[in-house]
Design a protein around this ligand. Structure first.
Ligand SMILES: [Zn+2]
Length: 128
């Protein structure tokens, strides 16, 4: 499975789906070697996993970016987007190590919980 992150532009909210090849992730996270990652990347490309992810992203109206080719881009709104995963704290940790290969679709949490959301908080204790 291809590893992709989807996040909104902080300036205008356009959604970007970024594909991070495993060769890149393995090297950064230390969970494998670049060579191991390249093999998986080739497999993802060959099986169409990357293409399928791209089609899903584009069908949802997201902008698709291959992080192997693009480390930074400028949104149409003018905001500079840094795609270099090494600059972000949430580098996926060895999800593939020891647990089979089921990395799949990873989505960053884009919003914090809403303050007024009905979470069964202080007002959720109506007895019967
Ligand atoms: Zn933008």
């Amino acid at each position: 499975m291809a590893t992709i992150f989807t996040f909104p532009c902080g300036g205008c909210g356009r959604r970007y789906t970024v594909y991070y090849p495993k060769a890149l992730l393995y090297e950064l996270s230390g969970s494998g070697t670049r060579q191991m990652g390249q093999q998986e990347d080739e497999e993802d490309a060959r099986t169409g996993a990357v293409e399928a992810a791209r089609r899903r992203a584009e069908a949802a109206g997201n902008i698709w970016i291959d992080a192997a080719a693009v480390q930074a881009t400028v949104c149409a709104c003018g905001k500079r987007l840094d795609l270099n995963i090494a600059h972000h704290p949430r580098v996926p940790q060895s999800k593939t190590a020891g647990r089979g290969r089921q990395t799949g679709f990873v989505q960053l949490p884009t919003k914090p919980a809403k303050p007024g959301a009905p979470t069964g908080g202080p007002h959720g204790r109506h007895g019967s």
